[in-house]
Design a protein around this ligand. Structure first.
Ligand code: UD1
Ligand code: CA
Length: 471
C-alpha cells in the first residue's frame, strides 16, 4: 500500500503525568508507584520510546522533580522534554501545558496517560497507522477504545446512528443510559497536533468535576467538521488504568503470573506453587531450576540451570550460576554466585559479594563486598566484609572481619588453604598468608605470614609450619 500523505508526518508523544492520584490515598504521586519494580511512568516511557518518536513530552506537576528523576534514571528517558502544569485543572489543561511546543507543529501527536502502564507499543503503532490511513487522508483525531464487562469509572464512548464517533461522557457526568455503555475511552489518542490545540481553546470546565477535560476535544473537532475515528482494541488488560491500589495489585498479579507462565512453558523452570512466588519480568531463569513457595526475585536477576531456590529467599539484581542451591530464608542483593555454590539457610549477601565456583556460605553468614574463592567455606555465624578470600580456605564458626574503625572501612586479605579458627576476630586492615592457621578465639591485629600458626589476644605467632605438616 502506498503511504498516505499523513504517514509522512513526524510523530511526537505526550504523556500526562501531573496528577496526584487522589484515589491512591498516598503521599506519593501516582505515577511513581511501582509496578513490576519500576515506577508506572517508566513503563509508559519505555513503550513510548519503542515508537521512536521525534520527542516525548512529559507533563509533570505533582512531585514533578521526583517524576523527572524517575524518568531520567532509565535510559529510555533520554529524548524527553518536561513540561510543567502548574495547577492540576484536568487532562485538557495538562495537554495545554505543552501548547508552545506543539500548537504550530505539523506532526501527529499520540497522547498517553502516565497511569495506563500495560499498553504495548505494537498497539500504539496500529493506532497511529489507523489514524494516518483513515479515509485515505488521515483523521484529525483517533480515539483508542475497548469494550469492558465492567466499564465503571471510565469515560464512555458514544456513537452516532451510523456507528461513528459522537462524543465521550465521563462516568461522573453520565446518565443511567450512558452508564450502560460498555465501550470506554482508554485515555490514549492520536491527534493532528495543530487541530488538537486549536480545538482545545474551546474546552470549558462545566462538568461534574469542574475540570478541563481532554475528552471534550474529539467532539469539538467533529462538530467543526473534522474526521474523528475510533480504533477499537480487543485486549482490555492492556488499556487498564491504575487509579487505586486494588487496580495496581491486580495488575501486578497479572504481570507476575504472565512471567511465571512464560518461565514454566518456554524456559523449563519449575515453580512448586506458582501462585506463591514473586518474580520480576526482567529476571532470567535457566532450565530445570526449581523455585519453592514464597520466593521473591526482583530486578534484573539472572539464575542459571538446575538451581534450587528454597522458601523465604529474596534475590535482588543477583547473578546466580548453574547448579546452585539457595537454602531457606536467604537475602541476596547485588551479588554474584558461581556454579555449584551453596548458600544458607539464613545467609545475607550484599554490596557486590562474589562467591566463586564451588564455595559455600552457611547458616547466619553475612558477606559484604567480599570475594570468597573457589572451594572455600564459611559455614556458620560469620561476618565477612571488604574481604578477599583465596581458594579452599575454611572460615571457622563465629569469625568476624572487624572492618570498620568508626571512620573508615578496611580490607582483609586471606590466602589459599587457610584455616581460620572459630571465633577469630580479624582486625582490618590485615593480611593472612597462604596455609596459615589462627587458633580459636584469637584476635588478629597484625599480618600473618604464609604457613604461620597464630593464637591468643592479640594473636602471636606460635609456630611456623611447612605445607606438608599442615595438610
Ligand atoms: C481519564 C479520562 C477517561 C478515561 C480514563 C482512561 C478524562 C477527563 N477522562 O479519566 O475518559 O476513560 O482516563 O484511563 O481525561 N493528569 C494531569 N493533569 C491533570 C489531570 C490529570 O496530568 O490536571 C494526568 C494524570 O496524572 C493521569 C492522567 O492525566 O496520568 C489521567 O488522569 P486521571 O485523573 O487518572 O483520569 P481518569 O479519571 O482516569
Ligand atoms: Ca486514570
Amino acid at each position: 500500500m502506498p503511504e498516505s500523505p499523513a504517514e509522512q508526518r513526524s510523530l511526537n508523544l505526550l504523556v500526562l503525568a501531573a496528577g496526584l492520584g487522589t484515589r491512591m490515598r498516598s503521599d506519593l504521586a501516582k505515577v511513581l508507584h511501582r509496578l513490576d519494580g519500576r515506577p508506572l511512568i517508566n513503563h509508559v516511557c519505555r513503550t513510548a520510546t519503542a515508537l521512536a518518536p521525534e520527542t516525548i513530552y512529559i507533563v509533570i506537576g505533582h512531585q514533578g522533580d521526583e517524576v523527572r528523576k524517575a524518568v531520567l534514571d532509565e535510559a529510555d528517558g533520554q529524548n524527553a522534554v518536561f513540561v510543567t502544569q502548574e495547577q492540576q485543572l484536568g487532562t485538557g489543561d495538562a495537554v495545554n501545558a505543552a501548547r508552545s511546543f506543539l500548537e504550530d507543529s505539523d506532526s501527529t501527536l499520540v497522547v498517553l496517560s502516565g497511569d495506563v502502564p500495560m499498553i504495548r507499543h505494537e498497539t500504539l503503532a496500529a493506532l497511529v497507522q489507523h489514524h494516518h490511513r483513515y479515509l485515505d487522508r488521515g483523521a484529525a483525531c483517533t480515539v483508542l477504545t475497548v469494550r469492558l464487562s465492567d466499564p465503571t469509572g471510565y469515560g464512555r464512548v458514544l456513537r452516532d446512528k451510523h456507528g461513528m464517533f459522537d462524543r465521550i461522557v465521563e462516568q461522573k457526568d453520565a446518565n443511567d443510559d450512558e452508564r450502560q455503555i460498555t465501550e470506554i475511552n482508554a485515555g490514549i489518542y492520536c491527534f493532528d497536533s495543530r487541530k488538537l490545540y486549536s480545538a482545545l481553546k474551546a474546552v470549558k470546565n462545566h462538568n461534574a468535576q469542574g475540570e478541563y477535560y481532554l475528552t471534550d476535544v474529539p467532539a469539538l473537532l467533529k462538530d467543526a467538521g473534522e474526521d474523528v475515528a475510533i480504533f477499537q482494541h480487543s485486549d482490555p488488560q492492556e488499556i487498564e488504568g491504575v487509579n487505586d491500589r486494588v487496580q495496581l495489585a491486580n495488575m501486578e498479579r497479572i504481570l507476575c503470573r504472565r512471567t511465571i507462565s512464560r518461565l514454566m512453558l518456554d524456559a523449563g523452570v519449575t515453580f512448586i506453587d506458582p501462585k506463591n512466588a514473586y518474580i520480576s519480568s526482567e529476571s532470567i531463569v535457566g532450565r530445570d531450576t526449581i523455585i519453592h513457595p514464597n520466593v521473591t526475585i526482583e530486578g534484573a536477576t539472572q539464575i542459571g540451570s538446575r538451581c534450587e531456590i528454597r522458601s523465604g529467599s529474596r534475590l535482588v539484581n543477583a547473578k546466580i550460576g548453574d547448579d546452585v542451591e539457595i537454602r531457606d530464608n536467604c537475602l541476596i542483593v547485588d551479588s554474584e554466585i558461581g556454579n555449584g555454590c551453596s548458600v544458607g539457610p539464613m545467609a545475607h549477601l550484599r554490596g557486590r559479594a562474589l562467591m566463586i565456583e564451588g564455595s559455600k556460605v552457611g547458616n547466619f553468614v553475612e558477606l559484604k563486598k567480599t570475594r570468597l574463592g573457589r572451594g572455600s567455606k564459611a559455614n556458620h555465624l560469620t561476618y565477612l566484609g571488604d574481604a578477599t578470600i583465596g581458594e579452599n580456605t575454611n572460615i571457622g564458626a563465629g569469625t568476624i572481619t572487624c572492618n570498620y574503625d568508626g571512620v573508615k572501612k578496611h580490607e582483609t586479605h586471606i590466602g589459599d588453604r587457610v584455616k581460620i579458627g572459630s571465633d577469630t576476630m580479624l582486625v582490618a586492615p590485615v593480611k593472612i598468608g597462604d596455609e596459615s592457621v589462627t587458633g580459636a578465639g584469637s584476635v588478629v591485629t597484625k599480618d600473618v605470614g604464609d604457613g604461620e600458626l597464630v593464637v591468643g589476644v592479640p594473636a602471636r605467632v606460635k609456630d611456623k609450619k611447612d605445607h606438608g605438616a599442615l595438610a
